[in-house]
Design a protein around this ligand. Structure first.
Ligand code: SF4
Ligand code: SF4
Length: 282
């Protein structure tokens, strides 16, 4: 068995089926201090992989909330994966070192993933994987072991423009992305302008926005996850009362808890008042 075959076997044992290998030196740094530390430790390879989070479940409420936010936060999921994955990699290759990252990698994980061949960069700036579309989170393991690179040319999506046409606030340009216009960004701001609050009301956006992913043809017929970590935590009936009644421990299991409860409650109340006014007018 080659080194890559052994690693792939460990990845699959841990439920990871979308992965690639790129030389550490081909990856661009996003955290210079960590990157330099890795370089000093002689790190040679990046094992990059994607974890799907989108389930087949459908919400019963009409609030717009990104699929990733209706389920438990992925950081805990990655920590569970890394506990097992690193243990197995270290026992399979005891002479080598392994460091794991999700979100906090020294290298640009999205570019590394695209370079490794597991996906392409969409016009909406997201990585779109062949297996799971863009509904993924990325993790990486950096090692001082040589692996066989799967590096390919950096590719972009088919460029159909559906995401740009569907974006409710024109955040997606021909070759640009204005994150300040993105409803996902706006929904997560603690303080919103009147204009931003109007946008959230009008589109019923509570947290995140998946419109550019929903219309993307490269997301059609992709594999969904049936991992209990995500399916068991799915929020079917979002409401002000549901969030308000959450105790701190439960609230902090969800991705929207990186802001205080007040932020998401405020967003829900905006939409509730908008809907109440519409009812009164009709
Ligand atoms: S997430 Fe929504 S607002 Fe943001 S770019 Fe995509 S469609 Fe536009
Ligand atoms: S909708 Fe079309 S242009 Fe936008 S990311 Fe998907 S494939 Fe690319």
């Amino acid at each position: 068995m080659s080194v890559n075959e052994k690693i792939i076997s460990v990845l699959k044992e841990n439920g990871i089926y979308s992965f690639g290998f790129v030389p550490f030196s081909d990856c661009s740094p996003v955290n210079k201090r960590l990157y330099d530390e890795c370089a000093e430790r002689g790190m040679k390879s990046v094992i990059i992989f994607a974890i799907p989070y989108k389930t087949a479940q459908k919400p019963k409420d009409s609030y717009k909330m990104s699929a990733y936010a209706r389920v438990y936060d992925y950081h805990k999921k990655f920590s569970l994966i890394f506990d097992s994955l690193l243990c197995e990699l270290k026992s399979t290759f005891p002479e080598y070192g392994f460091l794991s990252y999700a979100d906090n990698s020294p290298v640009n994980e999205k570019t590394a993933a695209a370079l490794s061949g597991i996906g392409v960069i969409g016009r909406n700036t997201l990585l779109i994987t062949e297996k799971y579309g863009s509904y993924v989170f990325l993790g990486s393991v950096i090692t001082d072991m040589e692996t066989e690179s799967t590096r390919t040319a950096l590719s972009v999506c088919i460029g159909c423009g559906r995401c740009a046409a569907a974006c409710p606030n024109n955040a997606i340009g021909e070759k640009s992305f204005d994150f300040e216009k993105c409803l996902s960004y706006i929904s997560q701001k603690n303080v919103k302008t009147d204009e931003e609050a109007e946008l959230l009301k009008k589109h019923g956006t509570v947290w995140g926005c998946d419109i550019c992913q929903q219309v993307c043809p490269m997301n059609e017929d992709v594999s969904l996850t049936d991992d209990g970590y995500f399916t068991d935590s799915f929020i079917y009936e979002l409401s002000y009362a549901f969030i308000e009644a959450m105790n701190d421990a439960d609230f902090h299991k969800y991705p929207f808890s990186w802001r205080k409860k007040q932020t998401i409650l405020y967003n829900i109340s905006l939409i509730n008042s908008y809907n109440d006014n519409k009812k009164d007018d009709s």
